[in-house]
Design a protein around this ligand. Structure first.
Ligand code: ADP
Length: 160
């Protein structure tokens, strides 16, 4: 069985992420979307909320599994008996960070490959932080996030 892990903060999940999930899920038997608990970040959505929103927003993808993890990505990937990490790439600015992370991970876990999927042009400008900024000022995000996220973010807008 060929599986891949797609890790991220997903604070919150956007249509850019969903597009990557839909495309990546066609290339593997199982795609595990893993929400990273980063102790250095203060997320807008709690871990449980991010997981719940991901589950709702991906219910149309049959071979997807939503999970969460803390600690080292490589340890999590090994525990899943998996050898592939999928990351999305938007702009040159993503490249520098992703390139370093992928090489570092490769150095310490040479059996795990990171593969990159290019964003679709219609989502190249969509980021979780941009969505939160728009929501703060009551901007229209309905085309950029799943409906459940658009609804949930209104309830959190005062915290942004
Ligand atoms: P992280 O905090 O790990 O960067 P994110 O939730 O911001 O987590 O992103 C998770 C992954 O999805 C990253 O690989 C990121 O580059 C990718 N990604 C985010 N937005 C988009 C988008 N609009 N199109 C393609 N990939 C994206």
């Amino acid at each position: 069985m060929r599986s891949a892990v797609c890790p991220g903060s997903f604070d919150p999940v956007t249509n850019g992420h969903i597009d990557i999930f839909e495309r990546a899920s066609k290339m593997f038997d199982v795609l595990i979307v893993a929400v990273f608990h980063n102790p250095n970040k203060h997320p807008l959505f709690e871990m449980e909320e991010r997981v719940a929103l991901l589950k709702q927003a991906t219910s149309h993808i049959p071979n997807i599994k939503i999970d969460s993890f803390s600690g080292l990505l490589n340890d999590y990937v090994r525990k899943q008996d998996c050898k592939v990490v999928v990351r999305g790439l938007r702009a040159l600015s993503d490249f520098e960070y992703e390139f370093q992370r992928a090489l570092l991970n490769k150095k310490v876990a040479s059996e795990i490959e990171t593969v990159f999927m290019m964003t679709s042009s219609e989502y190249s400008f969509v980021s979780s932080s941009g969505i939160k900024e728009l929501a703060k000022f009551a901007g229209d995000i309905s085309e950029l996030v799943p409906p459940c996220v658009a609804k949930a973010i209104v309830q959190h807008a005062h915290k942004i």
